[in-house]
Design a binder for this molecule. Sequence first.
Ligand SMILES: C[S@@+](CC[C@H](N)C(=O)[O-])C[C@H]1O[C@@H](n2cnc3c(N)ncnc32)[C@H](O)[C@@H]1O
Ligand code: SF4
Length: 375
Amino acid sequence: MEKIKTKSSLGLYVHIPFCLRKCFFCSFVVYIGKNNHKKKYLTCLEQELKEYSQKRIKTIYFGGGTPTFLNGDELTRLIKSVKANFLIEENCEFTIEANPDTIDFPKARLLKELGVNRVSIGAQTFSNRYLKFLGRTHQAKDVEKCFAALRKAGFDNITLDLMYGFPGQTLGELKDDIKKIIKFNSEHLSLYTLTVEPRSKFNIQNLKMPSTQRLGAFYTHITRALEKKGFAQYEISNFAKPGKQSEHNCIYWKCQDYIGLGAGAHSHFEGTRFWNTSSVPTYLRLAEKGKPTVDGKEKLNKDRRLLEALLFGLRMNEGVSLCILEKQFNAKFSKQTKEKISQFCKDEFLILKNSHLKTTLQGRLVLDELSVRLI
Ligand SMILES: C[S@@+](CC[C@H](N)C(=O)[O-])C[C@H]1O[C@@H](n2cnc3c(N)ncnc32)[C@H](O)[C@@H]1O
Ligand code: SF4
C-alpha cells in the first residue's frame, strides 16, 4: 500500500457502490450484490481504512452508487469505523449522497446523530416525464418529502443535483425546473448537463442531444436566475449560498491531497495519484486475501502538476494566479501554453489581470474544449 507521509489534513472519499436502481444515464460503479456482499464490502473498507490510521481528515464524502441504500446498522458501523480510525477535524464537512426515495425522517435523524452534516440529494428534474425518461424511480414529490425530513432532523447544509439538456427539452421546461429547485431554498445546488456515458444504457440509444446554442442559452439562464436568488456560482456546475461551498470538492479543484477508499476510488498525495480496482468482486477478493486493492498509479511531474492545477483551477470562478502556481510547483508555463492563454483572452474566453487568470461566462461554456487545447 502507498505509504503516506503528510502532516496536512486530507479529504476522505468513501465509495459505496451499492444501488438498487438502473438509471439509463448512470455509468458509476454500481453493484446490486446480495446482503452478505454489503457486509463483506464494509469489512474490506474497514481493513483499507486502517492503512491510513491516524491521518488528519478535514472533509468526508460518502459517494456512490447510493450510500443511503446502506441500512441504519451498516451506516452506523461504517461511520464509527471512520471516526475510530482518523483524526477528524472539528468542523469537518461530512457529506453523503442520497436518492430522494432512500431517506425518511428516522434515517435522516440517524445520519445527523452519526455526525453527517451535509446531504446531496439527486433530484435530477421535477418533470415526472423526464424522470421516467432518465429511468428514475422517484417522483418529484419524493424530493420534497426527503428534503423536509432532512430539515426536520436539523440539517442546515443540503445540496440538490439537477440535470438538464435532455433531448427535446425546451427553455420553458428548464425555467420551470429552475423555479422549482430555487423554492427549496437549499444551501447549495449542482447543475449538470446530461452526458451520454460510454457504460450507460443511453449509450446504445441514438439520442438527439440539444445543440451547443441551446445548451448555451440554458446555461446563461441558469447562472443568471440562480445569482438573482443568492446562489453564487463558484465552479462550472456548482452554486452556493455564502459559506456553503462544497469543501470536499474544492479539494479536487485545488489539487489538494485526499484518500479514496473502496472499489474504483482515487487517492492523491503530493503529485502521486493511485486508484483501486473498479471491479467490486475483484476488490472484495483482493481485500479478503489482505492483498493490495490498488490497480494503478501515476506520479505527476512538476510540469504536469502545474498544468493540472491550471485546468482544475479554471473550473472555479475565482480562477488562478499563474505566478503563485509556478512558485507552488517550482515550474514554469511553457511558451505554447502562454500563447494559447493570450489567444483565449483575445477570444474573450479568459481574462488575465496581474497574472490572475479566470474564465468569462463564454469561457465557462466551452471550458472542456479549452482544457483539451491547453493540454
Ligand atoms: C454519484 S451520482 C448519483 C447519486 C445518487 N445515486 C443519485 O442517483 O441520486 C451523483 C450525481 O451525478 C450526476 N450524474 C450522474 N450521471 C450523470 C450523467 N450521465 N450526466 C449528467 N449528470 C450525471 C447526477 O446529477 C447525480 O445526482
Ligand atoms: S444514478 Fe444513482 S440511483 Fe441511478 S443507478 Fe446510478 S447510482 Fe443508482
